[in-house]
Design a protein around this ligand. Structure first.
Ligand SMILES: [Ca+2]
Ligand SMILES: [Ca+2]
Ligand SMILES: [Ca+2]
Length: 273
């Protein structure tokens, strides 16, 4: 009898973890990066497309399911799997100073606070896996082992659902996802990226057909349009927190010369705190 109870207890603990679901919110109308960015002018960039509204992170046993929601329906005109979104989810497993990466995927153009240094990033992009892996090999080979592609992406309505295997993240099945830090960034994907950009669309000084405006023609400005910040409860004050976080950069004038840049530094969100 005791043994049965023990087994039931162990089972209910792992079931408890398996059901763990984190819910994050983001205010609407802050899809402006550091507060100044404007969308490209081509009508494919529907207003609200890059405006994060909420996200859920759910422990599904041997997988983790990320659902990222935004403020316009996902579209299917030209992309391999969908059109305009690129989403990066930086994961800090241990919350230990300088444990992990502080740089981000080349072309994102932000740094991560050393207290939030990340172990793995989930890379959600509409291109084919061979195309993505080719870009990573060319431009991000040094961090290749820590860039994880979802086992499955499902774009539906105003959301993209991405399923990531725990084994691909290198974590145990009984890991507690409430103890992690999350950096969920919204960018835009392009099949014609800059030489140092892993498939992300760039921000220029003035918007164009397929370029955001409100940044710099150089390469020091973040190519991040929206992100979750602070407690990620969606309160209005998170708008200014994001604008300030994304605004501390300097850029040289030559877009192909990244040596004169000072990148801005972001912090991750810790739901378990
Ligand atoms: Ca938003
Ligand atoms: Ca870490
Ligand atoms: Ca935001």
């Amino acid at each position: 009898m005791k043994k049965v109870l023990l087994i039931m207890l162990v089972m209910s603990i792992s079931l408890l973890l398996a059901g763990t679901k984190i819910e994050l919110s983001d205010p609407k109308g802050d899809d402006k990066g550091p507060g100044t960015y404007t969308y490209p002018t081509n009508p494919i960039y529907v207003p609200g497309s890059f405006d994060l509204t909420s996200a859920t992170i759910e422990d599904k046993g041997d997988e983790i399911e990320f659902v990222v929601k935004f403020n316009a329906p996902v579209s299917f005109n030209w992309g391999d799997y969908w059109d305009v979104h690129q989403i990066q989810i930086y994961l800090d497993f241990d919350h230990v100073m300088n444990s992990g990466w502080t740089e981000t995927i080349p072309g994102t153009q932000v740094m991560v606070d050393p207290e939030n240094a990340w172990e793995k990033v989930v890379f959600i992009d509409p291109h084919t896996v061979p195309k993505i892996n080719g870009e990573i090999d060319m431009k991000a080979a040094h961090m290749k082992n820590d860039i994880v592609l979802p086992a499955k992406n499902k774009p539906v309505g105003k959301s993209i659902k991405s399923t990531v295997k725990k084994v691909d993240l290198g974590v145990a099945e009984d890991v507690d996802i409430t103890q992690w830090g999350y950096g969920i960034l919204m960018l835009s994907a392009t099949g014609f990226p800059g030489d140092w950009c892993v498939l992300m669309r760039r921000v220029n000084e003035y918007e164009g057909d397929h370029r955001y405006g409100g940044g710099s023609d150089g390469s020091g400005d973040p190519n991040v349009i929206d992100m979750f910040v602070d407690n990620a409860d969606g309160s209005e004050d998170e708008i200014q927190i994001q604008y300030d976080m994304l605004d501390d950069w300097e850029s040289g004038m030559d877009p192909e010369d990244t040596s004169e840049n000072k990148l801005t530094t972001i912090k991750l969100v810790y739901p378990g705190k």
